[in-house]
Design a protein around this ligand. Structure first.
Ligand SMILES: *[C@@H]1O[C@H](CO)[C@@H](O)[C@H](O)[C@H]1NC(C)=O
Ligand SMILES: *[C@@H]1O[C@H](CO)[C@@H](O)[C@H](O)[C@H]1NC(C)=O
Ligand SMILES: *[C@@H]1O[C@H](CO)[C@@H](O)[C@H](O)[C@H]1NC(C)=O
Ligand SMILES: *[C@@H]1O[C@H](CO)[C@@H](O)[C@H](O)[C@H]1NC(C)=O
Length: 458
């Protein structure tokens, strides 16, 4: 027979509790009334909870510290990135060009646009012109309110006007094939660009780091005079700025072998008033198009009649005022001619447009401007630009061996997209010229002293 004494010493009271065991068969059992368990569990649990909570808040604190030590550099990096990307615009600020224009000037622009839209609508009414009419009346109401309240967001209204203006340009009696979504241009945006299909050092030598080259870009049609097919190279001299010679090769083989060339002088010397300035030259049909020496005028040299015609573009950013820049500025790239399936173009900017890229369509025979679009892309933030199927493309510098087409502006819709990433391989850093030829659907790049061509892929 066993009797157990169970002694329990409790923390709080120091009391001992005694239990009597009971014999049952061959075993002994005792019942313990749990309420005698005087250990202050609640208190203990309370303290434990406090400790845990404290641990929790310590954890939170630690997380906060970690977050800020990790996040602050990230935020700083973003900030620096933004600062870097805004750098080009600082230039405008410094020049005082970006101060909001006077409301009066805005109202003038609006009045002109209203007239334009009305005339387009009367001439060729369509759903689109109706929409433009509605939009412009909305803007008019806004501007009238601005006059009254004297508080306004000039930038928003300017942007609205820009969009409307582009809409008018697209509506204005453009040949059907221009906006056509059929044929070779059914796929509006290029999907890729091949690796270089030909590479050659300039026939003038590697030291000619600026200039332009390509292939005569106008298709012969039955009703027009026959236009010869030829390759051409235009090197710049005098600090890579001026030129008067266009070298021609009748065949690709002659061009590649640098033989059987013919040198054409578009002016008696490179410092003549009709000489070439900058690397924006193209040959379209029987004429060479370029920025005339030291001027805001465009030149058209006729290869058959040997006559030069000039066209003034008011307010044109010229004489190295607005070259292509992005990473390093490529001097004397203010005026850049382009050709595509729809005709002849010129890419440039004006002071009035704050240095943003502008695009004009030219009548190559009459040599006048027929349409003008305005983009939001700062010219100094791109390395070059060209046209394909009525779409303006712009490139940026990735590194010495790579360029990237990152921007497209569709003249048929007025929409732009700056999320493209079409790679372009190159041999050297600088891109003096980049133009498209709609006949062979190739891009031609003057890359320092190297002449490269690529296939456009749709
Ligand atoms: C346990 O002990 C308490 C007082 O010590 C008493 O009130 C309660 O009735 C007891 N319970 C049992 C099951 O014996
Ligand atoms: C800035 O950010 C953009 C987009 O996030 C990125 O593509 C680019 O490489 C960054 N530039 C720099 C200088 O960090
Ligand atoms: C685009 O072309 C490049 C060659 O320039 C090639 O390496 C790449 O794979 C192509 N990308 C696609 C998506 O086809
Ligand atoms: C361009 O010139 C042609 C021929 O002289 C003329 O018919 C046309 O109206 C002109 N266009 C513009 C926009 O001045």
């Amino acid at each position: 027979m066993l009797i157990f004494l169970l002694l329990l010493t409790t923390a709080g009271h120091g009391d001992a509790q005694r239990f009597n065991g009971l014999q049952k068969d061959d075993s002994c059992s005792c019942k313990v009334n749990s309420s005698v368990w005087a250990f202050p569990t609640v208190r203990f649990e309370g303290v434990q909870q406090l400790v845990e909570e404290c641990g929790e808040s310590l954890k939170q604190l630690q997380a906060q510290v970690m977050l800020s030590t990790e996040m602050i550099p990230k935020i700083l990096a973003t900030f620096n990135n933004l600062t870097a990307r805004l750098e080009p615009y600082q230039y405008l600020n410094n020049l005082g060009l970006y101060t909001p224009l006077q409301l009066r000037q805005l109202a003038q622009e609006l009045t002109e646009l209203e007239k334009d839209i009305a005339s387009v609508h009367n001439l060729k009414p369509s759903h689109q012109t109706q929409e433009l009419t509605n939009e412009i009346s909305k803007v008019r109401k806004k501007v009238d309110r601005m006059h009254l309240s004297n508080t306004f967001n000039m930038k928003t209204v300017k942007e609205k006007l820009r969009t409307l203006k582009n809409g008018v340009e697209t509506c204005r009696t453009i040949p059907e094939k221009f906006i056509s979504k059929q044929g070779v241009c059914s796929q509006r945006i290029m999907s890729n660009i091949s690796t270089p299909v030909s590479q050659k050092i300039s026939p003038f030598g590697k030291s000619y780091v600026s200039g332009s080259w390509g292939r005569q870009a106008k298709k012969s049609t039955d009703d027009e005079e026959v236009i010869e097919d030829f390759y051409w190279v235009q090197p710049l001299v005098s600090s890579n700025r001026l030129g008067n010679v266009v070298r021609r090769y009748k065949t690709y083989d002659d061009f590649m072998a640098s033989r059987n060339q013919e040198d054409v002088s578009v002016a008696p010397s490179y410092s003549h008033a009709n000489a070439i300035q900058g690397s924006g030259t193209v040959v379209y049909g029987n004429a060479v198009f370029f920025n005339c020496y030291m001027s805001t005028e465009l030149c058209r040299y006729d290869l058959q009649t040997k006559a030069t015609r000039r066209l003034n573009i008011p307010d044109l950013g010229a004489n190295n005022q607005f070259p292509y820049c992005y990473y390093n500025c490529k001097d004397w790239t203010d005026v850049d001619f382009a050709v595509d399936e729809t005709g002849l173009w010129v890419i440039y900017t004006t002071l009035g447009n704050h240095g943003n890229l502008m695009l004009s369509r030219l009548d190559s025979q009459a040599f006048n401007v027929t349409h003008t679009w305005t983009t939001r892309l700062f010219k100094k933030s791109v390395t070059n630009a060209f046209m394909v199927c009525g779409v303006l493309y712009a490139t940026r510098y990735v590194d010495r061996f790579r360029e990237e087409v990152f921007y497209a502006f569709d003249t048929a819709t007025g929409q732009d997209d700056n999320t493209l990433a079409l790679p372009l391989e190159k041999i050297e850093g600088g891109v003096a010229s980049l133009t498209y030829n709609p006949i062979d659907r190739q891009l031609y790049m003057y890359n320092e002293g190297y002449l490269l061509s690529y296939k456009a892929i749709f």
